[in-house]
Design a binder for this molecule. Structure first.
Ligand SMILES: [Zn+2]
Length: 670
């Protein structure tokens, strides 16, 4: 699904419909008289929702009444018949658009020799960009809303527990037309996002030009690092290294200036000068030179995102803030629920215990940047060269991997029949980039597994990614082919397909027939994920609080936003980190680049890991193949309903905390 997300309409700047309440009432009354009171609630919902998105360009008030009167279906069997036909049309449209886009991007996505200018041109062409427009013009949108109205997340969660599969399928149809954003507004959003992405993609710091108070650089080799990922990874890489702590501290000081925006503009993406982040002075030709601080660009980019998103609130009758669109709309978990889950996790007793263990392993007190502590990575007992040799020999080409799909599934305990079926629905291509899985959107289509295959065959990294992607393909196959109603195809959100991809990836060595003899691997992995989520959830809370603040202060300047971000990040730090780290008022959570270029996206990571742990726990002692098929044949319910059916409880932090408790017992003993 997801093919209908690109809204594109031509109507002018009127978010509010001109259909008056009295027209809605008289239309509802006429329809109720015609079809009886049994349908009254549905009639009211449908007519009201059509009125909300009806514009002058769609017709007069009389046209509105006519569309409602002529298109409402007042008997259940005809309504179901219409549903089935509409589902088939949607499948034909979405499936064929999918085929087109797949074809248009083929040369760019697959390892097929040089990319010509015409390939780039066609790869960026979006054939479905006018689809939504067309479906409003020919009134399909109004027909759909009228007969299959939209249900809010709260309604889905409350009513959905007692809905039949058919009722769920009807409700999913109602999701397709619940907003109507004019093309120009969508373009403004995209432009602000692309600008922010550009800003971040050119935000490099040359750490070899960083100097300490003694005036000497600590990094000898030229090292250009992207903020914040590159800088963070360099901090991670310096655990246990000579001079490592000094280097980590130096990078941390530099990060703070990025957050405070008093970083000299002269050192951003520029290696002309030496920069001492402790004194914030820059040196050129042996002399101190006057520096200009960056003019709060970082915060201006957030404001630009906010303003363009806020401008479409009015075109979304139900999800009328960006916060609601991201959480209730995209993720289908309310922001309040996500916040509660994260707060429970980061204030759990386990945090303190894991922190104690880290202190012990480091032999020193914690520093704020130890939120990126990297010492729980399990060293494999099998050498990489050995793995490379095995996978290259086994998979010299993409075809060889395709031929082995059945075997891989048999090793994971799928039946021969199931394995054969899944393998027949997956094509394997050599990827140009690192790899991805491209799902099918109609029953007759195959999904695509893409991974790197070098001229010497698939190395271990390529294989490891291929197994991850294969997890996605298995999800994509079950959640389309096993689903009773087309509108229910898929999973609740991307975190769910990622969870299965990781479940597969965890078993990559087992599938190769190799056993890792590192006895602590499982425990270390649990602690590693736990600690990274402790950090990631804090950043997510900051991201959410910043957007709440923006909605309360819609005319804020970049300076005001900066001050607010500093206050909010310190508040979160003081609540959930200060005691653990023994230091107050740190702003480190505000360094993430996601906040600038992909707002409110970060929360999806932790949710994915929590789900993965719940699925792993459910799989214990059960037949893997059967259980995976059962779980991923639920279709696109809400996360809450899906999880109840899949593992018997809602998204929960308990399985991960349990794994951490067990790991602590094992590791602290030593
Ligand atoms: Zn993935």
């Amino acid at each position: 699904m997801g093919i209908f997300i690109n809204a594109c309409t031509k109507h002018p700047d009127t978010g509010n419909s001109f259909i008056m309440k009295k027209t809605i009432k008289s239309t509802v009354d006429s329809l109720t008289i015609k079809y009886g009171t049994t349908f009254q609630a549905r009639i009211e919902k449908g007519v009201t929702q059509v009125a909300k998105i009806w514009t002058k360009e769609d017709g007069t008030v009389a046209d509105f009444e006519k569309v409602c009167m002529e298109n409402y279906i007042g008997n259940d069997s005809s309504r179901f018949e219409a549903f089935e036909h509409l589902s088939n049309y949607l499948e034909a449209i979405s499936g064929n658009f999918n085929e087109m886009v797949l074809g248009l991007k083929k040369v760019v996505d697959q390892d097929m020799g040089p990319i010509l200018p015409i390939d780039q041109m066609m790869a960026s062409y979006d054939p479905k960009s006018h689809l939504m427009d067309d479906l409003y013009t020919n009134k399909t949108a109004f027909f759909t809303i009228l007969n299959f109205p939209f249900y809010s997340l709260q309604e889905k969660n409350e009513l959905g527990a007692n809905w039949s599969r058919k009722e769920w399928a009807f409700a999913r149809l109602g999701d397709i037309f619940n907003s109507r954003v004019p093309a120009q507004y969508q373009q403004n959003i995209n432009k602000a996002l692309v600008d922010a992405e550009m800003y971040i993609s050119e935000y490099n710091i040359y750490v070899n030009r960083l100097i300490s108070n003694d005036g000497k650089p600590l990094f000898d080799k030229k090292l250009k690092l992207l903020s914040h990922w590159g800088l963070r990874d360099e901090i991670k890489a310096n655990y246990g290294k000579d001079n490592g702590l000094e280097k980590q501290k130096l990078i941390y000081e530099a990060m703070k200036h990025i957050i405070f925006q008093d970083i000299p503009e002269e050192v951003i993406n520029n290696d002309k000068y030496f920069w001492n982040p402790y004194s914030n002075k820059i040196i050129g030709n042996g002399k101190e030179i006057s520096a200009k601080p960056e003019p709060n660009m970082r915060y201006q980019k957030i404001i630009d995102n906010f303003q363009t998103e806020k401008a479409i609130d009015v075109f979304n009758p139900d999800l009328n803030t960006f916060i609601k669109r991201k959480f209730e709309g995209e993720m289908e978990i309310s922001q309040e629920d996500v916040e509660k889950l994260f707060i429970d996790f980061i204030s759990s007793a386990e945090v303190k215990k894991v922190a104690e263990l880290i202190k012990k392993r480091l032999g020193r007190d914690l520093q704020p940047f130890d939120i990126w502590y990297d010492g729980f990575k399990a060293r494999s007992s099998i050498k990489n060269e050995e793995l490379d040799a095995t996978t290259k020999l086994k998979y010299p080409t993409a075809e060889a991997f395709k031929k082995d799909l059945v075997n891989i599934l048999l090793k994971l305990s799928f039946t021969r029949e199931k394995a054969g079926f899944i393998a027949s629905k997956v094509d394997v291509d050599a990827a140009r980039g690192s790899g991805h899985a491209w799902g099918a959107v109609m029953h007759s289509q195959n999904s695509h597994l893409r991974t790197r295959v070098t001229s010497e065959g698939m190395n271990y990294k390529g294989y490891n990614i291929a197994i991850h992607e294969f997890g996605h393909n298995v999800e994509q196959t079950f959640s389309l082919q096993n689903i009773d109603y087309y509108t229910l195809a898929g999973v609740p959100n991307t975190a769910f397909t990622e969870a299965l991809a990781f479940v597969f990836q965890n078993r990559d060595l087992e599938i190769l027939g190799k056993t890792d003899s590192n006895p602590e691997k499982y425990q270390l992995d649990a602690l590693d994920i736990f600690w990274s989520l402790y950090e990631c959830m804090g950043v997510s809370l900051l991201d959410m609080d910043v957007w709440k603040w923006l909605y309360n202060n819609p005319n804020a300047t970049s300076v005001e936003l900066k001050e607010a971000v500093l206050v909010i990040s310190k508040t979160i730090w003081n609540k959930y980190y200060a005691e653990i780290f023994g230091i107050k008022d740190q702003v480190i959570l505000a360094i993430y680049s996601h906040m600038i270029e992909n707002p409110l996206y970060l929360s999806a990571y932790p949710i994915g890991y929590l789900i993965e742990f719940q699925i792993e726990q459910d799989l214990k002692g059960r037949n893997f193949g059967k259980e995976i098929e059962r779980i991923f044949s639920n279709g696109r319910l809400t996360p809450k309903e899906w999880m109840k059916k899949a593992v018997g409880e809602e998204i929960s932090i308990k399985p991960m905390l349990k794994a951490v408790d067990e790991a602590l017992v094992q590791l602290v003993k030593k």
